[in-house]
Unconditional design. Sequence first.
Length: 528
Amino acid sequence: MLSTSTLSDRRGLIAFIIGVIAVTAGVLLHAPMFWMGRNMHFMLVGMPMGSDMIFGMFLIVAGIAVAAYGLLPKNVSGILSASQDIVVSPPEDAPLSRAHWMLMGVLVIALIIDIMKPASLGFTIPGMVKEYDVPKATASLVPFFALSGTVVGSVVWGVIADIYGRKASILLSAVMFVGTSICGAMPSLYWNIGMCFLMGAAAGGMLPVTYALLAEMMPSKHRGWSLVLVGGLGAVGGYFAASGFSALLQPYFGWRILWLLNLPTGLSLVLLGAFIPESAKFLLARGRREEARQVMARFGSEARSTRAAETVALAKGSSVALTGRAFFGKLFALSLAAVCYGLVNFGLLLWLPADLVARGYSMELTSRLLAESALIAFPTVFLVAYFYSRWSTKWSVVGSIGVTLLGLAGVLWLEFTGQGSPVFPVALLIVGTNGLVAMLLPYAAESFPLRIRGRTTGTVAACTKAGGMIAQFLAILALVPPLDVVSLIIIVPTILALILVAVFGKETRGRDLRDLDPDGHTFAATGV
């Protein structure tokens, strides 16, 4: 399953395995509580928590800590210092190998599992409202804290990835996923809220870590479409998995089964670790040059130092305009597009199942209709990747915003008329928003100078969650208007985002931006 190249030493490997076993055992100790509710359609509200569950929670916390210890390398400060001077990337025109395709496939599966977690929120809220007998505003605390966790996780996981390595951070995220499956056995709403924050924290950093790992492995000629394809398939697949499992399992096991799925899917992520290579940059920073050489040989990569590049960039920095209308216009445009994505994906789409149930649809039928929408959207991900890499990066982003607008208009028509199926408008929303989020971070990374690329891309990434947090905060305050009004409200900033990206965005297709300084001059690579 794992090798010692992922962990600090053999003792670390043993510690990680013990940690995984402890977390799994802690979750299984909650299974009797869940099964006790089988005669009440698995409704557990008001049941007392036994000592076995309390001990199980202790095992989960301790197991995560032990697993983290097993993953933590020695000489952390030295690793961080060394990694700052290393860049690993394949040559511009390197061909794709079997290793590249396998990595893409594994990361798509990992992202589907990752994105399925927050996507399940919309399918659990109606069941929570009914079982806990609380208003929707109170139940909205669950997605709000889950999204708050993703914001925290996006920041923390970036640090973890630098300390633990890309592969190890994915493994630790998977262990946390396993632990959060006990949400399915919590008799109290507020225990669910706390565990959903941890679930969000585990999920928050998976996408940036995936992009970072792919960026180091994929030739720049293929980087754009591969990032978009992996991100898009992961997003659409995650929503399809959430809606599909809801349609298949909720009628028999209730809403709680969607949380209990974190156990098998989290363990699947751990097993997938055997097929995910460790970052060559991380291995070089640890002085493990032979292992790094083997990884780079598989992916056709090469390593170089950034010290000379930084010297030139700093020398030229005073002459570079990193402020002004064009710079702030571009950053504001992409950030606004990210906020609109969050409003749709973590607001409107999370509220939609409850809205359809309130209109008389059963939860089973609602889940099936939304699963059909995701299935229709699935093949369009390949078109998005093709357009982004072969046609235009800028206009592909603009186009995805336009498709999102069409989806919002479709939901608006559905709500106004009260007739028709939600499948097609929801499919447009899934196509537009998932295409947008799949392209937005790669496009942001390609659109800003080297010295501020991390900060600007991080700002855009944070805005994807901020839109959802705004939406769920309004839900907590019981200020969510009907879905037709929600659609109208979201349409306005989305139109503005489309105009601003069209005006301030720049074409990045065909440009190798890895070696560009803020003035557009290339750096001479220094071998490592």
